[in-house]
Design a protein around this ligand. Structure first.
Ligand SMILES: [Zn+2]
Length: 116
């Protein structure tokens, strides 16, 4: 069981895996209430709903941050080639992957550098 947990953790935590994930759509958002950054993965094969009128895809994603547990709803519209053409969010704001990394990285670095 612990092996499985480690496996799940390593898959989720690996930046390399993210880069090699052709079906993943990663959303980086920040909670409006507490400012916590979070990243969620959607899957192109399962999470996209086809809009037959326009030939685009709709992606609804509901997420909860781990700090204040607010619900964040994101709705994205993607074109036929899965490029995001429009997006809306309630309860949070969209941030870039770089901002996400910057928000989570300083805490880890500071923690490692705390002098005894
Ligand atoms: Zn929050």
């Amino acid at each position: 069981m612990s092996f499985f947990k480690k496996l799940v953790k390593s898959v989720r935590g690996s930046a390399e895996k993210v880069a090699r994930d052709p079906h993943g759509i990663y959303l980086h958002v920040r909670c409006t209430r507490c400012g916590a950054p979070l990243r969620v993965r959607a899957d192109r094969r399962h999470d996209l709903q086809r809009d037959y009128d326009t030939g685009t895809y709709i992606l609804h994603k509901e997420m909860m941050d781990g700090v204040c547990f607010s619900l964040i709803h994101a709705t994205l519209r993607l074109d036929a080639r899965h490029h995001i053409v429009d997006r809306e969010i309630t309860g949070g704001e969209f941030i870039t992957a770089d901002v996400y990394q910057a928000l989570i990285a300083p805490a880890e670095i500071n923690e490692a550098k705390v002098p005894e």
